[in-house]
Design a protein around this ligand. Structure first.
Ligand code: AMP
Ligand code: MG
Length: 487
């Protein structure tokens, strides 16, 4: 069935046309009683979609994939990937659909994608559906990430389907309409390579260059330039995650984009007490995707990307390996520089403070935070008060006060800029207890807490009276927090 709103939805099928081997035409499952649970109206407007229409019955049919413009050709995308280090040759959208690429009025092309839209041939044992909680969680966290200035896929809307999905308990079902600069993943390239079809591999790389890294086209070695561009956007991305204490939780190669956007908010969570070993995901028993491992995992994933791209890097395998190894070697330096620069900003250090002075200052801070189980977000936000002369907010967080005071003296001697710090260190992040509380309420039918949380998270740097509870760490009785993939 097609929709014909009184404005044009310019939905193309470029991925399906250029990479048909990776695109399986498919249709969304029926939604018995669709109900809008969340919408990002500003995003809708940016995309040229009328929010009032999206809220209508036809709009909800569009957002659940049941009615799409005549020209659209929805597909399930195929990809492979390393999951927790083990290779799965055939993953793909088991419960998702690419409706197509939406051309926004201002220009720019983005994927419009659904999650929870029913089983596809890639579903393996899964039911193809998603529950309200995990889809609203993706909505909330991606709103927060975007507002924090971190590259991310966006959530256009979450629609309750009226279907009950069976997990440990019966839960209300939902479909998330997601917008991304694309859904090309490391795993997409891995699958293209594994088919042995050199032309397909080249087309995937060309598609990625075209959509995300067009400068690579004019490089002397375009595919090496593509690899380096992905390396650089991922180094920058993970540095941003680390700076806000974000733990992705499931950094499988199928969940790492070529665009450099954060994707797939499954078991993700924000670290409160600083500890590199922080893990939230129930399935990450070995701590592979712990907070402090994220840069190393990103590098590992990029090594898998380089392997998959070898035939594009040189005709001779040995030569390809040499080129790839050298390019991969640049990750650490770039990540290190990106993270150091984020930390300098968090500490408000003026430009004339040399790295030789800044680096040991940062190094000496971490043990203080770790041994005192100090809340990452509150500490950095509290530091701007210390720069303004009131150290009590941070003194209240740290156990070893003599060590902290000595550190603060050193730091204040560098003349930190508190206003710049307040633009870098958020007051509000999606704290786990707040997210859980809001999702529980939504699952029980009350959307108020999710709506209020989203409003707070849309302006994370802007401290507002009356919102103190959104800035506070979890109460002690919240206990140790575990997230589930929700699949
Ligand atoms: P994720 O961990 O969300 O990135 O998912 C990993 C893979 O499992 C992807 O291929 C998903 O499409 C698939 N998957 C996850 N949940 C389900 C589900 N409920 N039904 C079918 N496939 C699923
Ligand atoms: Mg995924």
């Amino acid at each position: 069935m097609s929709v014909t709103p009184d404005f044009r939805i310019d939905l193309r099928h470029r991925f399906a046309d250029e990479l048909p081997e990776l695109a399986l035409p498919w249709q969304a499952a029926e939604a018995p009683a669709p109900r809008l649970l969340a919408i990002d109206e500003a995003l809708a407007v940016d995309l040229g979609l009328d929010p009032r229409w999206l809220r209508s019955e036809d709009g909800l049919r569009f957002l659940t994939g049941l009615a799409v413009p005549e020209a659209a050709r929805p597909v399930a995308q195929a990809y492979a990937g390393h999951q927790f280090g083990g290779y799965s040759p055939r993953l793909g959208d088991g419960r998702a659909l690419l409706l197509g690429e939406l051309c926004a009025p201002e220009g720019g092309m983005v994927d419009l994608h659904l999650k929870g839209s029913g089983r596809t041939p890639f579903a393996r044992g899964g039911d193809g559906f998603a529950a309200v909680g995990p889809m609203l969680r993706e909505h909330v966290v991606s709103v927060a990430m975007h507002a924090l200035g971190i590259p991310t896929t966006r959530s256009l809307a979450v629609v309750g389907t009226g279907r009950t999905v069976r997990r440990e308990t019966p839960l209300p079902g939902a479909v998330l309409a997601r917008v991304a600069s694309s859904h090309l993943r490391v795993g997409t390239v891995q699958l293209a390579r594994a088919t042995g079809d050199a032309d397909l591999l080249r087309r995937v790389a060309d598609h990625a260059i075209d959509r995300h890294h067009p400068a690579a086209r004019d490089a002397e070695a375009p595919y090496l330039a593509l690899f380096e561009a992905v390396r650089d956007v991922q180094a920058a991305l993970v540095a941003q995650w680390m700076a806000v204490g974000f733990v992705h939780g499931v950094m499988n190669t199928d969940n790492m984009t070529l665009s450099g956007e954060t994707i797939d908010y499954g078991p993700c969570a924000f670290m409160e007490a600083f500890d590199p070993a922080t893990v939230f995901s129930s399935i990450d028993e070995g701590g592979r995707y712990a907070y402090g491992n994220q840069p190393i995992v990103a590098e590992w994933n990029l090594a898998r990307l380089a392997e998959a791209m070898l035939p594009l890097l040189a005709e001779d395998q040995e030569a390809g390996i040499e080129i790839a190894t050298e390019a991969l070697g640049g990750f650490r330096e770039r990540y290190g520089a990106a993270f150091a620069s984020r930390l300098r900003a968090k500490l408000g250090l003026p430009a004339d403070v040399s790295d030789e002075v800044a680096a040991p200052l940062v190094d000496d801070l971490f043990p203080l935070l770790q041994s005192g189980h100090v809340d990452w977000t509150s500490f950095f936000r509290g530091l701007s008060s210390a720069a303004r002369g009131d150290a009590e907010p941070v003194r209240g967080l740290v156990l070893d006060l003599p060590a902290l005071d000595a550190w603060l003296d050193r730091w204040r001697g560098l003349d930190p800029d508190p206003d710049a710090m307040d633009r870098t260190n958020p007051v509000y992040v999606p704290r786990n207890h707040l997210v859980e509380e809001a999702l529980d309420a939504a699952t029980a039918g009350d959307l108020g807490p999710v709506e209020r949380l989203v409003e707070v998270l849309r302006a994370p740097y802007d401290e507002r009276p009356g919102l103190e509870r959104y800035a506070a760490p979890a109460p002690p009785d919240f206990g140790s927090y575990t997230t589930f993939c929700g699949t």
